[in-house]
Design a protein around this ligand. Sequence first.
Ligand SMILES: *[C@@H]1O[C@H](CO)[C@@H](O)[C@H](O)[C@H]1NC(C)=O
Ligand SMILES: CC(=O)N[C@H]1CO[C@H](CO)[C@@H](O)[C@@H]1O
Length: 347
Amino acid sequence: ISPYRYNIDILPSSNVEYVTVHSSNFPGNYPGYDDTWDMQKFQKNFRIDVVHLDESSMEFDMVGIDAAIANAFRRILLAEVPTMAIEKVFIYNNTSIVQDEVLAHRLGLVPIRADPRLFEYRNTVEEASEEEGSEIDTIQLQLKIKCSRNPRASKDSSDPRELYLNHMVYSRDIKWVPIGNQADVFADAVIGPVHDDILIAQLRPGHELDIIMHCVKGLGKDHAKFSPVATASYRLLPEITLLEPVEGEKAERLKRCFSRGVIDIEDVNGKKVAKVVNSRLDTCSREVLRHDDLKNVVKIGRLRDHFIFTVESTGILAPDVLVTEAIKVLMTKCQRFLNELDSTDIE
Ligand SMILES: *[C@@H]1O[C@H](CO)[C@@H](O)[C@H](O)[C@H]1NC(C)=O
Ligand SMILES: CC(=O)N[C@H]1CO[C@H](CO)[C@@H](O)[C@@H]1O
């Protein structure tokens, strides 16, 4: 029998952009803006500090760079660092209540653990692409599961967990089917869904799923399922300055206007005095502006070239690897642009 086949291209990329920065699209659009691109000066000012790093998320500060470049990194992370995702779904049988196309779409969004750097893009231009993929550009997965009654369930039970077997289909039920030499090449790698507890469908006795999936390499700008990050965003470092001493009840009130940990109360000669201890923690709520007696004693701003990046990976690649890959993508783009300029004949 020939399977029903779905190409998953129903939903466009749906990553929301959170832009919080005045951009400098126009050189010199704020006082003191330096567009000389003096490399020595840039190297002296530029730095990256990793604040937090674990296997799924990362926070780092990128200091001394223009908003346009910081934003380029953010957008490349969202849309131009490749991953492997399910692209073709061959449904041989589906007697569940989930319609084929909905099922295919759900499967497409499951993050697949496989190093995209070890695969090629699948050629979508030639006729051949309609046929089977090959070991260098395709990962084949299978989901074959059938729900039945549990013979050992007690008679008066009404709990589906006891009554049925395989009534919840999870991502862990998706199995990798190596093609060609993949079993040897990826002997050490665990290819399959990143998370094993994503609910895909619910079945009842007699329902059956028999599905083959092909994962290909792709980019988030083509479809959000290829995006390697759950979020990649940045904010500017808040800067809070007290313009005059704030004491007593006013100090307490000032402290409550900001996020916890931003302002501390110090005891100076028996008086309570407010002090800014960590403006980084502030969410910039501007609550202080609602207090007439406080709004003029504090200056709230942000450092224009200090970006606090947060990168949350979907788990396919570690967040620090993603940032490195994003930098490589931008370098490749720059190189291509320079090559184009060099090869242009100026008459
Ligand atoms: C599809 O699944 C149903 C229910 O298990 C089964 O009766 C039917 O024979 C299957 N069809 C094919 C083509 O495998
Ligand atoms: C390929 C296939 O068998 N698809 C079926 C999946 O299940 C729905 C609902 O039971 C059917 O309408 C499809 O024909």
